[in-house]
Design a protein around this ligand. Structure first.
Ligand code: SF4
Ligand SMILES: [Zn+2]
Length: 136
């Protein structure tokens, strides 16, 4: 999906508001999420953005919707685990377990690749790149 808009998006330059910071807890999470939602609330492409977040199982706030809220639209999937039980194949952590044991597992390798790509997108977002770049 590609967004096109002629007005600047409210989140550009505020990427740090859209992701949970390391060690962030309780009221700090709420305050940051509220600030992000306020930006999304006046965004012209909020509906498309929200949908993209759901389709890509993304981290962070998309179209005013956080990870927990998105989860309700993907009842059988978690962000990285695909709804798996702990220890089941198909997650970055099981990939690392395979690595330690010298095992080969395509499913886990793919899950890890997806995870690394997602992390890279987040990192680029934090570095001030437009959310459009994430969506592109
Ligand atoms: S995160 Fe999405 S909805 Fe929110 S301001 Fe940015 S582009 Fe708009
Ligand atoms: Zn595996």
């Amino acid at each position: 999906m590609k967004f096109s808009t002629t007005v600047p998006l409210p989140c550009v330059g505020h990427a740090e508001l859209f992701f949970t910071a390391d060690g962030e807890r309780g009221p700090a999470v709420q305050a940051r999420a509220e600030a992000a939602r306020a930006l999304c609330a006046r965004c012209p492409i909020a509906a498309e953005c929200r949908q993209l977040g759901r389709e890509t199982y993304s981290l962070g706030m998309w179209g005013g919707e956080d990870e927990d809220q998105r989860q309700q639209h993907q009842p059988r999937r978690s962000n990285y685990g695909g709804g798996r039980r702990p220890g089941e194949c198909g997650t970055p952590s099981t990939y690392k377990r395979h690595l330690k044991r010298g095992e080969h597992c395509d499913e886990c390798r793919q899950a890890n690749t997806d995870y690394v790509r997602q992390k890279d997108r987040e990192r680029r977002a934090r570095n001030g790149t437009s959310r459009l770049a994430i969506a592109a």
